[in-house]
Design a protein around this ligand. Sequence first.
Ligand code: G3P
Ligand code: MG
Length: 375
Amino acid sequence: SSRSFHIPSKPPPPPNFAFAFDIDGVLLRGSTPLPGASRSLRYLQDNGIPFILLTNGGGKTEAQRVSDLSRHLNVPIDVDMFVQSHTPFKQLVNGDEGFPRLKDECILVLGGQGNECRDVAEGYGFTQVLTPADIITAYPALWPLANHSLYTAHARPILHKLGRPLRIAAILVFHDPRDWALDIQIVTDLLLSENGVLGTVSPQNGNPTLPNDGWQQDGQPTVYFSNPDVVWASEYHMDRLGQGAFLQALAGTFNAIAGRRTKPGGFERILFGKPTAKTFVFAERKLEAHRQTLLASSGGEEKTRPSKLENVYMIGDNPASDILGANKHQSPSGTTWPSILVKTGVFKSGMPEYVPNAMVPDVTAAVSWALKESG
Ligand code: G3P
Ligand code: MG
């Protein structure tokens, strides 16, 4: 019979659950896909199940990263399904969510190769972006051991308003710094400065007789970190130092210099990245928006479409980052984030510091567990 096959012109509506994949140690080791990574993502895409990639990595624009990831994983990844360490820094441009508005403030951007992080920051909308290369080129004696040839190619002249001191309002660590010594020298100078002016020392901070609460009340810049990971899983078989290790090196140096004049917790810092709530709230909002676009472009009866996102399965390799973040996430819309720990990255065996909803060998087993759970 000439039965006509009805080929749905539109994909089925997405279900009431979705996935969030960590990258390093779950999908990739360096740029090499882990077994089952590409197949798992492609299966979800072929079945209209939404997912985002949620990484503490960074250092390039989102467009550059998703282009690299699509190539390495052989799966089309779009920027609306991608959150990296510094993506939530966009909220600091216009002061969303109660954050300060830093759009036209002079900020120091740390991390990454050459001017890649400055390019990312300017792409977000920051208009006065300095880097350590600018500073060491403008003030060569600031760090006696500097290898200036590393910096002159990327440095920009510091055009601060004539007659006005160069004041840095905030320090944003977009990615892992390459020259920790230079960056720590500049940051500790600023944390001890008068009102964020490079090359000055605040009389308050120079005066140990002042009560501790005098510390950092005269306008030193706050340091914003985009990734607290002390270690991460790269191509090497042993965990490698991450941006959180730089934070510890900075904190140790700063406390050694500032001594008892610092507040008990040391310098003012604000953390982004997994496991912080800021990043999980930001990621859930992005995933929901992505899911709405899938809903809008899907077929099916209006009434059969599960409108609410009930569960997001977080698949990660680092208990202190992926599992802790999902376990403690308070979703504004009541969505739960069951956590699934794989053994292909930072975590290898034994009992993890933060207990996931499931512990499985790899990403394929993680997706299978979640699909079974979701019914
Ligand atoms: O620098 C990247 C590292 O800190 C961890 O990345 O993808 O495992 O969150 P990821
Ligand atoms: Mg990881």
